[in-house]
Design a protein around this ligand. Structure first.
Ligand SMILES: C[S@@+](CC[C@H](N)C(=O)[O-])C[C@H]1O[C@@H](n2cnc3c(N)ncnc32)[C@H](O)[C@@H]1O
Length: 383
């Protein structure tokens, strides 16, 4: 039998914040730092419990989460009929007023139902049918910016139906419109910084900054700026939205902001990358103090030590010539040894063979996933 809407309506919700593989513990740490009780990391995300405002706070403050989901039903799902009935049994009329738009996305794994698009369509039919019966009119579908984004997760013939609080993924902070080749996801960039325990009190340099993601995320962290402060979220359009609680959270976030204590530098040898990075930074107030420098890494002058250097060099998927990649990594190693004494360097790479050319011993090697690419975050202490 379907077990619909077991968590609704109640004052406490169970939430699930999703994260890139490898960042679950970092995300759990972020939630604990926000004062969230009952935090349970699992592969792909973190379960946590809290009231409505805790869901809002999570969207506003979490740097490494991709989404914050609020499960509203969970039931066995061995067939399309079970899926339809399970989804239809939720009180969608409580979540969606007439005139609001809807969209569904689905993921399916190790189940009788194998097609996520089919599952999403079946789920959408169930919601639309229920709302048409209730209101006498069907809701519109908006796949770009729906008022109510719904997520279906079917795993081992078990379906979880969730409301997606943010709508657009949380990596969309509102500043990055310009992209260069292979930009890091904002949430992964923030995860690297949190893994390093950099607290903003020493200089930060990214000598291969591309579109500027790492320096801009560093500026957000150093100035204690909530990453969601410059955007809106789907939950703001939901029935029962607590506008007063949301305003209080935003006011608190504004008050917590502080000036950056140390220099943040983004450099790249490619002038187009610098244009994109500057442009992105111009859309984020916290990034106003970043120093941008067009330079080859080998010629970049480090600020006085100690400091942290973060670098996301090319991995070579596009550089077909392995020799060129080896030369680049070898030259990076030489530069670090000769010019960056007293610094701590963190490198994210998906090319471990090339990383050997650096010729320095990593004191930490953290496995992380950059999209589909398995990577390592390597730490070097440059004595
Ligand atoms: C993978 S991209 C970095 C992407 C960046 N993290 C982002 O989020 O947009 C690598 C960058 O390294 C730069 N680069 C490659 N070799 C360099 C060198 N020797 N000195 C400075 N920049 C270099 C490239 O121009 C490119 O922008």
């Amino acid at each position: 039998m379907p077990r619909p809407c077991s968590h609704y309506p109640v004052t406490d919700f169970t939430y699930f914040a999703t994260a890139a593989k490898g960042l679950e513990e970092v995300l759990a740490g972020e939630l604990r730092a926000l004062g969230t009780d009952e935090v349970a990391p699992v592969s792909g995300g973190v379960h946590f419990r809290g009231g409505r405002a805790d869901g809002y706070r999570a969207c506003l403050w979490l740097r490494t989460a991709n989404r914050v989901l609020q499960p509203v039903a969970t039931f066995p799902c061995h067939s399309a009929e079970q899926l339809y009935e399970g989804v239809r049994s939720c009180p969608w009329e409580e979540f969606l007023n007439p005139g609001m738009t809807l969209a569904l996305d689905a993921s399916v794994r190790d189940s009788v139902l194998t097609h996520s698009r089919f599952a999403a369509l079946k789920g959408k039919d169930a919601i639309v049918d229920r709302l048409r019966d209730h209101y006498g009119q069907r809701p519109d579908i908006d796949t770009v910016a729906p008022d109510l984004p719904v997520n279906l997760h079917i795993h081992k013939n078990h379906c979880t139906v969730s409301l997606d609080l943010a709508g657009e993924g949380l990596h969309r902070r509102g500043y990055r419109l310009e992209r260069t080749a292979a930009p890091l996801r904002e949430t992964l960039a923030a995860g690297l910084l949190l893994l390093s325990d950099w607290d903003g009190s020493t200089p930060f340099v990214d000598p291969m900054c591309g579109s500027g993601t790492l320096p801009i995320e560093a500026a957000l962290l150093a100035t204690r700026t909530a990453p969601g402060l410059a955007r809106t979220f789907a939950f703001q359009k939901w029935p029962g939205f607590d506008a007063r609680a949301w305003q209080a959270l935003r006011d608190e976030a504004h008050q917590l902001r502080r000036p950056a204590a140390a220099m943040i530098v983004g450099a790249d040898r490619d002038p187009r990358a610098l244009v994109a990075a500057r442009d992105n930074a111009s859309r984020q107030q916290a990034a106003g103090g970043i120093i941008w420098d067009r330079s080859d890494f080998s010629r970049l002058t480090p600020p006085p030590a100690p400091g942290v250097l973060f670098c996301n060099p090319p991995y070579g998927e596009r550089l077909k010539d392995d020799g060129a990649l080896d030369t680049l990594y070898r030259s990076m190693g030489d530069t670090l040894k000769q010019r960056w004494t007293g610094w701590t360097a963190w490198l994210l790479t998906g090319n471990l063979d090339a990383a050997k050319r650096i010729g320095l011993k990593a004191t930490r090697r953290i496995p992380l996933w950059n999209g589909p690419l398995e990577c390592r975050l390597l730490k070097y202490e440059l004595y």
